[in-house]
Design a protein around this ligand. Sequence first.
Ligand SMILES: [Zn+2]
Length: 228
Amino acid sequence: MPTNVTDPIGDIKNEFRDYLDPTKAANLNPGDVTTLPNAGFDAAAVAAGGDATKVGTWDGFYDPNADKIYVRAGAEDRGLTNTHEYMHKVSNDSVGNKLGSGLDEAMTEHFSNQIATNHNQPPGNSLYNQDGRVKVVEAIETAVGRDTVAKAYFGNGDAPVTNLTQAVDAKFGAGTMQRVQNLCNKTDAAGNPDPDFAGARALLRPPAPAAPAAPAAPAAPAAPAAGP
Ligand SMILES: [Zn+2]
């Protein structure tokens, strides 16, 4: 039976216990979250550095400077908005710094989706589940394994992120992860995000299986021995 995520901290600690940094996990606290009606939420988002023309589409955000999470009242989405924002609090800053925010959000939503699945819930109603970015992470995970992705996301520092990049490149060719990032972080001429997640996903398809070898031509009958 589907149940809402009423204890996202407990769920995150349980699901990702093999990967979480113990210090960061211990700092997760229900008091981190402030849920505000629209006007207050938008004001908090702008105060935290959000673009006033864009914050109206946000359901929640984590402000790492204040170490606070804000959620828009009515946009809790079965507890998945809180779950997503707590993920930001326990995740590795190097993911965003090295891979860019497109993939950072994709991984955050990807791991939040696992909490939804544990509650027999469909994935969150977020843009990230619709714009193709989560599919990029799913393709990466299929290729290199959950362990490598989770260690990058929940680990500390650049090393596990570099390991992830190397694992992707080993599978799909040198420079693949950089090309994936470039497509996920693409901007238009005005500098606004214009990502190409489908293009990034296309770089992560397994190589086509080798064409079956042509059947060997039947051996030519031996030429009759030349007569004497
Ligand atoms: Zn996010």
